[in-house]
Design a protein around this ligand. Structure first.
Ligand SMILES: [Zn+2]
Length: 371
């Protein structure tokens, strides 16, 4: 057994010192914790060494310490509760301020934790909400209605803003919904048409009759402001009247006009007309992309209802044509008709030598449908 070292008071510059039994340093008495039974009323090891010891002990005995603490707390529950209560009461403002700061500093983390909690307890929460709703359905409906009526302006304004801000999202959502529910929607539409078709047709007819003048006037105004539409629609109408195909869209009419940059077969510097290459009077062709060419107005008038291949033989016409352009235009039309240039030429000749007589009666029928 090692001999215990005698610890003596050491006077340095008038202050009491003693040696720490742990680390051996000589330190002022203030550097040791009080101990009534200890030598000179102080512990034998310095504060630093004691702290180290404590830390070490806690580390090695975490469970034991926690259990002891817990037991102690439980045994003195009331006292602790009272103490906590007193503490809270005494530091109310300080605690509130601390909470406020904490929430401010950790807003992001708190939100995150809350939303995670809601996500993890979703089913449970939904169940609770459903239960609550079914129990208080009447009350909730009444309250919602009340709220809606009281805030109708705000709600409407908010909805409007939302729609403007999220146009694309809404459109996308609608598109997805329509795609997902295509069959149901089609069935519903069909059913609705069956139920309401007759009524709607009659309503429309009546509306048209009652507002004939107004409609005519607004059409006139629209066509005046949008002359290109009138071109395509007029051409379509003429073809329909002759029961020929007429699927030329306004956009296509534009495309043709742009593609050729003025007259497709000459260099005449004047306005162009969309010409039916195979004239409608033959009962063939039609107002389709594959039968239309932009042609200088004067040429269009002179071509009239002649076979274009005979018409170009005319000396005056030939003088005005750009022969290179003429061949390019022929190639363009042949391709659209899925023929070689020779096949197309034969086909056009056939149309002019075998005109179809489209009856007066069918003409009448289409006329009625138009108005
Ligand atoms: Zn020490």
């Amino acid at each position: 057994m090692a001999m215990r070292k005698r610890i003596e008071l050491i006077n340095i510059d008038g202050a009491c010192h003693k040696e720490c039994t742990k680390c051996g340093s000589i330190k002022k008495l203030e550097e040791y914790s009080n101990d009534k039974k200890g030598k000179f009323g102080k512990q034998s090891a310095c504060k630093v060494c004691r702290a180290k010891e404590n830390k070490e002990y806690l580390k090695n005995n975490a469970e034991k310490v926690a259990a002891t603490k817990k037991r102690y707390r439980e045994e003195n529950k009331e006292a602790f509760k009272e103490r906590d209560c007193r503490y809270r009461e005494a530091n109310k403002d300080r605690i509130r301020e601390y909470m406020r700061q904490y929430q401010q500093l950790n807003a992001e983390a708190i939100r995150e934790r809350k939303s995670r909690w809601h996500f993890e307890n979703k089913d449970d929460q939904n169940g609770k909400a459903r239960h609550y709703y079914s129990k208080h359905a009447e009350k909730i409906r009444e309250r919602n209605k009340q709220y809606y009526l009281e805030n109708i302006d705000v709600i409407k304004e908010r909805n409007k803003k939302y729609i403007v801000k999220n146009t694309q999202i809404i459109a996308e959502r609608k598109r997805l919904y329509a795609k997902k529910n295509a069959e149901v929607i089609a069935a519903y539409k069909k059913q609705w048409q069956e139920d309401n078709g007759q009524r709607i047709r009659e309503q429309r007819k009546q509306f048209r009759q009652e507002n004939a003048d107004k409609i005519k006037e607004s059409k006139r105004k629209y066509y005046k402001e949008n002359p290109h539409v009138k071109v395509a629609s007029g051409q379509r109408r003429r073809a329909r009247l002759k029961q020929l195909p007429s699927d030329l869209a306004t956009a296509q009419a534009f495309e043709i006009l742009n593609r050729f940059n003025r007259c497709a077969i000459s260099n005449l510097d004047e306005g162009t007309h969309l010409d039916h290459f195979i004239c409608l009077a033959t009962g063939h062709g039609g107002t389709t992309l594959s039968n239309m060419l932009p042609i200088a107005s004067s040429l269009n008038i002179s071509k009239n209802h002649y076979n274009p291949f005979e018409w170009v033989q005319n000396k005056d016409v030939a003088a005005q044509l750009d022969i290179k352009k003429w061949h390019t235009a022929l190639k363009y039309l042949a391709e659209l008709n899925e023929m070689t240039v020779k096949e197309y030429r034969d086909y056009v000749n056939y149309c002019y030598t075998h005109p179809r007589d489209l009856s007066e009666e069918s003409y009448k029928k289409d006329e009625d449908r138009e108005t």
